[in-house]
Design a protein around this ligand. Structure first.
Ligand SMILES: Nc1ncnc2c1ncn2[C@@H]1O[C@H](COP(=O)(O)OP(=O)(O)O)[C@@H](O)[C@H]1O
Ligand SMILES: [Mg+2]
Ligand SMILES: [Zn+2]
Length: 309
């Protein structure tokens, strides 16, 4: 379907034609034109193809957070690498449109995905047993991705529909940050009951923030399997004692509200940030570090909890 492929890289600022009546008149009932019928038909076919793509995947795990910068990508990338190291056929999907930095964390920034044929895209081999897709692979150079909501949804569907995985044991999905429509539209692409992990920091304790996270998962039928608290204290550089870098009980609060538990707490390890910027995720760092160790344990735990059934 050549038309679909044109939608893969829409020029910034261009919107999809509205299927509704004339703007500003919500009550007007306009008979569907041939173009609209054609559009609806294409959307339906696309949905079916997304379903086919997802049929190749044994288990999807979504990673979400109430806002950016809390460690969502760190969790997604490291879990994916740890699953792959454990021998699972793993996929990583980076669907953050504004800051798709998972490729950077794996040393793949500036790369692009190849096509199998005119209809299918080949996920990028990132490590042994690990293949990935990223909205970052769709950007040329430093060009910012500034597509608006409806376009993003179209791109996202198209993106999923065009992927050829053959088979995955597990697909780790880095959702767009926050609880925006954008995050919503990506999350809704996955079937109801898809497991989800919420990342937060000890400081995120506002009732508003907590409620939004929980509502987001409920609205999308995502099943919260637990909370990961990131930046949960650090080793004091002078005496080696554990210190609370950002004091608070954000993880516990969120877990309580969501009727779940804190799966793990990741300490702040300053060296991680630079290593990941240079393409080495925490779980691959030598020597190992406290956050990386906990991430490996978490991957192990999730294999029993989520992947075994
Ligand atoms: N536990 C940690 N210790 C040190 N740095 C961290 C830790 N978790 C994340 N970072 C760093 O913080 C920044 C934000 O993390 P990231 O995973 O990109 O957040 P998000 O995807 O939620 O925006 C990155 O530079 C990352 O390397
Ligand atoms: Mg991120
Ligand atoms: Zn000290």
């Amino acid at each position: 379907m050549p038309d679909d492929h044109e939608e893969l890289s829409p020029p910034p600022g261009q919107d999809e034609p509205s299927p509704a009546g004339p703007a500003g008149d919500p009550d007007s009932v306009v008979p569907a034109t041939e173009a609209q019928k054609e559009q609806a038909k294409r959307q339906f076919e696309l949905k079916m193809r997304v379903r086919e793509t997802l049929d190749d995947i044994d288990q999807t795990i979504c990673i979400m957070s109430g806002k950016g910068g809390v460690g969502k990508s760190t969790l997604a990338v490291n879990l994916a690498v740890a699953f792959a190291q454990a021998g699972l056929d793993t996929g990583l999907g980076d669907f953050d449109f504004t800051n798709p930095n998972d490729p950077t964390m794996l040393g793949l920034s500036g790369e692009h995905m190849e096509a199998y044929d005119e209809d299918l895209v080949k996920p990028k081999q990132a490590r042994d047993n690990l293949r990935m897709v990223s909205t970052g692979f769709l950007v040329e150079g430093e060009a910012p991705i500034a597509w608006r909501g409806p376009i993003k949804m179209g791109v996202m569907r198209q993106f999923l529909a065009d992927l050829k995985w053959d088979h995955l044991d597990v697909f780790v999905v880095d959702l767009p940050p926050g609880t925006s429509d954008e995050a919503l539209s990506v999350a809704q692409t996955f079937p109801s009951g898809t497991p989800c992990i919420i990342v937060t920091t000890p400081q995120e304790t506002s009732a508003e923030n907590v409620r939004q996270n929980v509502e987001f998962c409920e609205k999308n039928g995502l099943e919260v399997v637990g909370v990961v608290e990131n930046f949960a204290g650090m080793r004091c550089p002078s005496c080696g004692d554990h210190v609370e870098a950002f004091p608070g009980d954000g993880g516990d609060r969120l877990a309580r509200e969501a009727g779940t538990e804190v799966l793990t707490r990741l300490p702040l390890v300053p060296a991680i940030s630079q290593a990941q910027d240079e393409g080495t995720p925490a779980v691959e760092m030598e020597p190992s570090n406290a956050a990386g160790d906990r991430l490996v344990e978490l991957a192990d735990d999730l294999q029993d909890r989520v992947l075994a059934n």
